[in-house]
Design a protein around this ligand. Structure first.
Ligand code: C2E
Ligand code: MG
Ligand code: MG
Ligand code: MG
Length: 287
């Protein structure tokens, strides 16, 4: 717990046990995370992005998990918020890039050329060294930049837009594809997206979940699809869970779906089998 000088002087103990326990829990988590990352306990699960027109797999999204020695498999929500508040988020990004590109390499060698998308935290988008780190990861695995897509949320662009624009511009110039994730939440605006070298928007699953039953959500999805297409963007729907929603999305002209309807995120070995079951025709280079 923290005490202000005044509290100390007055001798009044303002001790917040809950906050203190929380701080300690966070510190333990972060030190375990640091060690877990070094010991190779971060793993990626992959989820397919599927063409709503043809059913072809147009790419995979890599989603980080932490195989915790005692707590089992942890999801990003269990550790990312804490990690994102520290410098550890940059090593995490590098680790995820390394794992994802090594896997792309392995799949390529098995004759499966499937582009992969990696998520970026907001802070990473402001790191001037990010493009060099991404390019060095690509080079070390011998993967062309066009096989990598980076997903970022619009909140990443609000703080220092000029700096983010510079970083994204350099990634785009190098041939890396960029997506806006969770579109429709927070600070979303197509006006902002229009001025960025982005080729894809992903409509947040909160709008997809209820588009079949909620007029406002259906209207939002329709307008993102139409405006996105006018701007030359591929439009992806996240969180597609049932055939009726997939059909409604296809009807609106939405390009790509992702969600439990097609497959939940799965480990690399399972994904290898899943992809093999859809070969030879199903895997294409891009939507
Ligand atoms: P996201 O990028 O929007 O990823 C989609 C999330 O929705 C994933 O949760 C996925 O498992 C889940 N999902 C997929 N299909 C469905 C569906 O049909 N229904 C429902 N209800 N959920 C579905 P996950 O893996 O827990 O990841 C949560 C978030 O953590 C991601 O959201 C992303 O923002 C972040 N994240 C994941 N991996 C990384 C990473 O390597 N680096 C960074 N910086 N962030 C990551
Ligand atoms: Mg994402
Ligand atoms: Mg998303
Ligand atoms: Mg989302």
């Amino acid at each position: 717990a923290m005490y202000t000088a005044k509290e100390r002087q007055s001798g009044v103990e303002v001790y917040d046990a809950a906050a203190d326990g929380h701080d300690r829990g966070r510190l333990v988590l972060l030190s375990e995370f640091r060690r877990g990352m070094a010991e190779g306990h971060l793993v990626l699960h992959y989820q397919p992005k599927v063409s709503l027109r043809t059913g072809a797999v147009v790419g995979l999204e890599a989603l980080v998990r932490w195989e915790h020695p005692t707590r089992g498999l942890l999801l990003p929500g269990d550790f990312l918020p804490a990690v994102e508040q520290t410098g550890l988020i940059e090593p995490l990004t590098d680790c995820v890039l390394d794992l994802a590109l090594a896997q792309v390499r392995a799949w390529t060698e098995q004759g499966v050329a499937v582009p992969v998308a990696v998520n970026l935290s907001a802070r990473s988008v402001h790191r001037p060294d990010l493009p060099a780190r991404v390019l060095s990861a690509l080079a070390s695995h011998g993967i062309p930049a066009g096989m990598l897509r980076l997903e970022l949320t619009e909140s990443a662009l609000v703080a220092e837009p000029a700096r983010a624009r510079d970083v994204l511009g350099r990634l785009h110039s190098a041939g890396v594809s960029l997506s806006i994730d969770d579109f429709g939440t927070g600070y979303s605006s197509m006006g902002r997206v229009k001025n960025l070298p982005v080729s894809e928007v992903k409509i947040d699953r909160s709008f997809i979940a209820e588009m079949a039953t909620t007029t406002e959500d259906a209207a939002l999805v329709r307008s993102v699809v139409d405006l996105g297409h006018e701007l030359g963007l591929t439009v992806v729907a996240e969180g597609v869970e049932d055939p009726a929603t997939a059909a409604a999305l296809a009807e609106l002209g939405c390009d790509v779906g992702q969600g439990y309807l097609y497959a939940a995120p799965m480990g690399a070995a399972e994904m290898t089998d899943w992809l093999a079951g859809r070969l030879p025709a199903a895997v294409t280079a891009r939507a």
